[in-house]
Design a protein. Structure first.
Length: 112
């Protein structure tokens, strides 16, 4: 869906965030200026992340570069271990079906 208007300039966003931090309500700012309250709240969250040193959306706030890299490495390792576990579980399911076949029990056959 195409945008109906150009994106708000960064200076405008910074001014709105500064007004919100100065005590003005988000709803009030939304009524006075054009962006909706949800958009303004997103700008405030984004500015808080930048202020805390995590510029990427979804990045962990307050972590050093080394901690962030270790977190990335551990998540990657977790993902790989889960995949390996799932593969092994599927392999076990296939072998379980073969071993659950009923076996002939000696002594239960009728003599004809």
């Amino acid at each position: 869906m195409p945008r109906t208007r150009p994106a708000y300039p960064p200076e405008f966003r910074a001014q709105i965030v500064a007004l919100a931090r100065a005590g003005r309500g988000v709803e009030e700012l939304a009524r006075e200026f054009e962006p909706c309250a949800h958009t303004i709240r997103g700008w405030i969250r984004s500015a808080d992340r930048v202020r805390a040193g995590a510029s990427a959306p979804g990045a962990a706030v307050g972590l050093s570069d080394e901690e962030r890299e270790e977190l990335r490495r551990l998540r990657r390792e977790n993902r790989q271990l889960r995949q390996e576990r799932d593969i092994l579980a599927k392999g076990r399911q296939g072998s379980r079906h073969r071993s659950e076949r009923p076996l002939a029990t000696p002594g239960l056959h009728r003599a004809t």
